[in-house]
Design a protein. Structure first.
Length: 445
């Protein structure tokens, strides 16, 4: 466990290294939305900073919707950045002109998850692989054809496949075709967006091995987006863990798996079944759902669900169990607030009158019925209940934050170097005034 924080730095988790190919600095990609949400953008990537080293495979993991694909697409400029920089061999590619971007695209490519839909069924395999060469007017038509045939061989297909159509191939073969197309312009960097998750398990290993061989042969650098953590552990040199548009932790793969620093990484890893039955480890169950990326929480993005959240200043000695129940209450209030305008309104319209979920009294009984609640906490709980009974969830939550809020909600954390300088975590708990996340979680779970 990472007991010692070696250094604190307010800098983002970037590091000057000679072999850095990509430096990402304060990158944001927001999707503007239409009128329905009053123009509030989806903050899919919300200020990430990290480096990618030449020749490595950097894994990118995190729950569905946390922004992995958007980040990958922004790195190869299939998506425009809203803010920040992506320096590729020192050049900020977010500011390139159209022509410069066209030229640069040769260096960076993307392999997509679904080989079923990413290939044009009306083109032959030869045409599909050759298309990027045509677009870039690469050498002569004859040399292009020769190159495509050699690429077929490189990815384990046969030359006669040149004239066939995608529907004549299996999922694994189609992914090989996608990879051949990606390699056509001899890129340095490839984003692999869940490249094997749509494939049969038996085929997954073949494609992984192919990607591995290609990396060695051509000195490729990969960003490997995945949700299967065992694949990530197997093939990645380093891993970045993403939550709600932010990178919560980045570090060497074995360290992340063996010695995670960030509470979110702890939670993510605790969901993996433990292969050794003699190890008795309680799973960390995260309450509630991830916040809407249109309205991320202030402070730490994980603060609304964090199992290691710092105690409020006014109540530093709250009992663990009571603190857990208070956090559940906050989640219930949030859910009620979220449902307020949708379910409740619709039910009311349909059935008339007032429709309620569990009453506040029932909720309090369930959460705090068998707890010893100190007087000062009870006073605050009563204020919250008064608002909740009047369906004023926003006001109830405001009282909650005012009284039971902590630094986790009021300030964004900084990146801290944990066990090694190459291992960084985004959490207030790495500051010397607080106990380390691993210590707190070990006690609580
Ligand atoms: N074109 C778009 N317009 C608006 N919102 C989008 C768009 N693409 C993605 N989003 C939203 O941005 C957020 C991040 O999505 P993204 O696909 O990058 O996440 P992800 O981690 O790759 O998810 P998954 O693992 O399911 O592929 C989500 O809330 C998603 O709904």
């Amino acid at each position: 466990m990472s007991e010692h924080v070696q250094a604190t730095d307010s800098e983002a988790p970037t590091q000057e290294r000679e072999d850095t190919i990509i430096e990402v600095d304060g990158l944001k990609t927001h999707y503007e939305s239409g009128g329905l949400f009053g123009g509030v953008p989806v903050k899919a990537v919300d200020g990430v900073s990290f480096d990618i080293y030449r020749g490595e495979t950097l894994g990118l993991v995190g729950e569905s919707g946390c922004g992995k694909t958007t980040l990958g697409r922004t790195l190869v400029q299939l998506e425009d950045a809203t803010a920040g920089e992506v320096r590729f061999d020192g050049t900020d590619i977010t500011t390139l002109s159209r022509d410069e971007l066209h030229e640069w695209r040769r260096d960076a490519q993307m392999v997509f998850q679904d080989p079923e839909s990413s290939l044009n069924d009306r083109m032959t395999i030869g045409e599909i692989i050759q298309e990027p060469l045509d677009v870039h007017e690469w050498k002569s038509p004859r040399e292009r054809r020769r190159h495509v045939k050699s690429l077929l061989d490189t990815v384990g297909l046969r030359k006669e496949h040149y004239y066939r159509y995608p529907h004549q191939f299996s999922g694994g073969q189609r992914q090989r075709i996608g990879i051949a197309r990606t390699l056509a312009l001899e890129p340095d960097f490839i984003v692999l967006d869940e490249p094997v998750s749509a494939l049969d398990v038996s085929v997954q290993a073949e494609i992984i091995n192919l990607l591995d061989d290609l990396q060695d042969e051509f000195g490729l650098t990969y960003l490997f987006i995945a949700h299967d953590l065992s694949v990530v552990r197997h093939i990645c040199d380093r891993v970045a863990v993403m939550y709600l548009g932010n990178i919560m932790e980045v570090g060497p793969t074995e360290e992340i798996f063996e010695n995670p620093s960030n509470p979110y990484t702890h939670s993510l890893l605790s969901a993996i079944p433990e292969p050794d039955p003699t190890i008795d480890r309680e799973r960390i169950i995260l309450h509630g759902t991830p916040p809407n990326p249109r309205y991320p929480p202030s402070g730490c993005p994980f603060s609304t669900r964090c199992p290691a959240r710092i105690r409020p200043d006014g109540f530093p000695d709250l009992d663990d169990e009571l603190w857990a129940e208070l956090n559940k209450l906050r989640e219930i209030l949030r859910e009620r607030k979220r449902a307020e305008r949708s379910i409740r309104e619709r039910l009311r319209e349909r059935f008339g009158g007032e429709t309620r979920f569990a009453t506040v009294e029932e909720t309090y009984e369930e959460l705090f019925g068998d707890q010893e609640v100190p007087k000062d906490v009870e006073v605050v709980l009563n204020r919250i209940a008064d608002h909740a009974e009047d369906n004023e969830e926003a006001e109830a939550l405001a009282v909650f934050s005012e009284e039971f809020g902590s630094v986790c909600e009021s300030e964004p954390p900084e990146y801290h170097s944990t066990s090694t300088s190459d291992h960084k975590s985004y959490c207030h708990r790495h500051e010397s005034t607080y106990r380390d996340p691993a210590q707190v979680l070990n006690e609580r779970y």
